[in-house]
Design a protein around this ligand. Sequence first.
Ligand SMILES: O=C(O)[C@H](O)[C@H](O)[C@@H](O)CO
Ligand SMILES: [Mg+2]
Length: 390
Amino acid sequence: MKIKSVRTRVWNWTGPTVPPQGNFCTNASDALWMKGDTMSSFRFHQWLTCEVETEDGTIGIGNAALAPTVVKKAIDELLAPLVIGEDPFDNAYIWEKMYRRSHAWGRKGIGMTAISAIDIAIWDLMGKLANKPVFKLLGGRTKEKIPVYYSKLYADSVEAMQREAEEAMKGGYSAFKTRFGFGPKDGMPGMRENLKRVEALREVVGYDNDLMLECYMGWNLDYAKRMLPKLAKYEPRWLEEPVIADDVNGYRELNAMNIVPISGGEHEYSVIGCADLIRSGAVSVLQYDTNRVGGITAAQKINAIAEAFQVPVIPHAGQMHNYHLTMANVNCPMSEYFPVFDVEVGNELFYYIFEGDPEAQDGFLQLDDDLPGLGISISDKHLKNFEITE
Ligand SMILES: O=C(O)[C@H](O)[C@H](O)[C@@H](O)CO
Ligand SMILES: [Mg+2]
């Protein structure tokens, strides 16, 4: 059976969006002296779908959320020709072919994201052709159901965040991630605002539930070193992306302080990139996203390395490409889960493009043992709110 085509589409959301608070999350742009929308790099109102079709008409679906228009070009012009004519079950060879033929420019960022979108589609294809869910091709069911953590609680007023946390508690979640709204540019007053919100959330969720803290690369080593001792008493499950992704030494120094587990990896790419994070002790929790890091072929290899070092893997974002890996690996204890909301930052946009993503029930989600592939299809329910570029 050979691959006969690769179809990419960019989905541009033109529907209504809920504007989040101005500083709903710190981010790497905060270090810049700039006016205007510092959060622009932090919106996901475009998405890429990648459909790989075999001669018999079976179609596998991949996706990418980072820089969709550029990733589309990389796939259409440079990677698709390498994939067409290959047997999808030669997925490891296809991966190496894409990786090595684009090595001069493709190891990280756009190039690896493009490889990821194709690879995810190939795994969906293999599952459909084998009539098995992808997780059954990866090692099978290691969990009765997947524990999830509620991932939103963008920085807002203390009252608004406590209300949201109360609603999430009622929804049966027992783990919660919040975003910091203040960082180095906000000085000591900002530190106090950050700590006030963590304390307020602990008042709502208590100390028997996990509370994760997210900086989204918006702090720096100096600020994080000063904040960690102040955060310790709130017993965070982890502090996520405290520094920019390239500051691996900063990660390692913060993690070595052993005050709060440091997590990261959603902006790391390739097997070797993640192996370096693990081997250097940079993270206590690894959080690659399968639609960035190299797809399922790469992610499963990274899972083996992480297991060897006993570093748990909790992939960034929800989505089926991550859920199937979590189901098939004991060393993947839980999944991030974006609750279904109106389109805001865009973390939730995939719910409007695909059908089949499971909704969490009482803090868990389930995968179907008998649903071949990833178990998603492309939805036509929200087409009026998208401009689609073939
Ligand atoms: O971990 C995550 O979900 C991400 O880092 C951010 O928090 C997400 O909101 C990106 O938009
Ligand atoms: Mg994150």
